[in-house]
Design a protein around this ligand. Structure first.
Ligand code: SF4
Length: 442
């Protein structure tokens, strides 16, 4: 029996063109691959790094689907079904819209794979595949098998050491699909399991792929303490309130934290209220970012444009803040109502969703009618913020500006410059490829 697990790209030739981005391996797929019993041949095909060979004779094809690649995933699914393979769709999009997904596949996995996948494979072997698989209870995260990292295409990724230690998030921001997919809880793996997995990793740098590495601060403290003897360096995603817990932040630093991705989202109190993200205290942003820098942690701040309280000046105000607060990297997104989120429900009820082409749900296109500007202005403003932040002038100013903080300058000059230039390169690629409204970077 042969199984293929596929992560869709944007089109057939995406892998050929996508040379510039900081590519990370598809951890979801290697995690699912580890659930498949020995004796079944498994191939992992990541369309971001290699094209799909439809002539490979797979019995079962599993495709993980985020909303923006749903049309592509459906095309791949249709192709394989036409060749006689049974196709399974899973991930956030089919979990939110299973009735849409089932039109393109033989079975949909709703929610997390553990348990459901094993049942599905048994049913397939018996010739008794059901249309929908889900778990009655959220699966335990104890004793999870290690992801099949051996299946990654060799040399294709910036960093193979990615790991997930938790699922879910204790918060419930209106635009975020995490709670819908993982349940409104935060669950974590036992510290011993995580440390064992990390001890098997070669290389010094690790990326934690969790939506919030400090979702349970007590657990995070235990984990960080346990990590210290391994001398690793790590990057991850955290909520901003990490700066309010000195012990937690100190342990993060000691355990090797060198970079955090933080969803700052907005610099407007009204927008923060709209999102339902009380833990983001805007008045403390600048001070908090300085605290992180003082702990030797680089910060990528993420912002979203298009909230009802955002007017046409929001782009300039936000960019000024990002530059002024010395963010090392920034990400700007157009507010996107992903199916399954509270935001999607709200905008649907208000009849403000103007585009249901899922390929445009990529955080660069405006698929709804914003309250205080046009959809076009929103897209353009977002593209403008990207262009300004990653212009050559801005990069040089920000990187050389670090010389006033000598310790940081000596430690991070090269990585921050390299990362900024890599982002710039990736953005230029995306601008050519999609409608991020980026134009060319100066
Ligand atoms: S804090 Fe982050 S992961 Fe948690 S719900 Fe909000 S956006 Fe999602």
């Amino acid at each position: 029996m042969k199984v293929a697990l596929i992560s869709p790209g944007k089109d057939d030739y995406y892998a050929k063109r996508l040379k510039s981005a900081l590519k990370l391996p598809p951890l979801t797929l290697s995690t699912i691959a580890a659930l498949i019993k020995p004796g079944i041949e498994v191939a992992l095909v990541d369309e971001h790094v290699e094209p799909i060979n439809y002539d490979d004779p797979y019995d079962l094809v599993g495709i993980t689907v985020m909303t923006s690649v749903a049309p592509r995933a459906y095309k791949i699914a249709d192709e394989f079904r036409a060749r006689g393979s049974k196709v399974i769709l899973g991930g956030p999009h089919p979990s939110a819209l299973p009735q849409e997904a089932i039109k393109h596949c033989d079975a949909v996995v709703i929610g997390e794979a553990e348990g459901a996948w094993q049942r599905l494979i048994d049913d397939f072997k018996k010739g008794d595949l059901k249309q929908f698989y889900s778990n009655e209870h959220l699966p335990s995260l104890e004793n999870l098998p290690e992801p099949r990292r051996d299946l990654y295409k060799k040399g294709a990724y910036y960093l193979e050491n990615t790991i997930q230690i938790s699922r879910g998030c204790p918060f419930g921001c209106s635009f975020c699909s995490v709670s819908n997919f993982f349940g409104n809880t935060y669950r974590h793996r036992p510290v011993g399991d995580v440390v064992r997995e990390i001890s098997h990793m070669n290389g010094k740098l690790i990326a934690f792929m969790d939506d919030n590495i400090i979702g349970d601060p007590k657990h995070s403290k235990e984990l960080f303490k346990a990590l210290i003897p391994y001398g690793k360096k790590w990057v991850g995603q955290s909520s901003f309130n990490i700066v309010e817990d000195k012990e937690l932040l100190g342990l993060a630093q000691k355990s090797g934290c060198v970079g955090l991705f933080i969803g700052l989202e907005s610099i407007s109190e009204a927008s923060m209220k709209e999102i339902g993200k009380p833990q983001n205290k805007i008045k403390k942003f600048k001070e908090g970012l300085k605290i992180l820098h003082d702990h030797g942690i680089m910060v990528m701040g993420a912002f979203i444009f298009g909230f009802d309280s955002d007017d046409r000046d929001v782009f300039k105000r936000t960019l000024d803040f990002a530059l002024d607060s010395k963010l090392d990297l920034a990400q700007f997104s157009v507010l996107t109502p992903l199916p399954g989120t509270k935001l999607y429900e709200k905008l649907s009820l208000e009849n403000r969703i103007i585009d249901k082409d899922w390929s445009k749900y990529d955080f660069g296109n405006a698929v709804f009618r914003p309250a205080q500007m046009t959809a076009e202005e929103l897209e353009k403003g977002n593209g403008w913020a990207w262009r300004q932040f990653y212009s050559h002038g801005s990069i040089l100013k920000r990187v050389f500006g670090m010389k006033y903080e000598l310790h940081r300058y000596l430690l991070y000059f090269v990585p921050i410059l390299t990362l900024n230039l890599s982002f710039r390169k990736a953005l230029n690629f995306e601008a050519k490829m999609s409608k991020l409204s980026l134009g060319s970077l100066n």
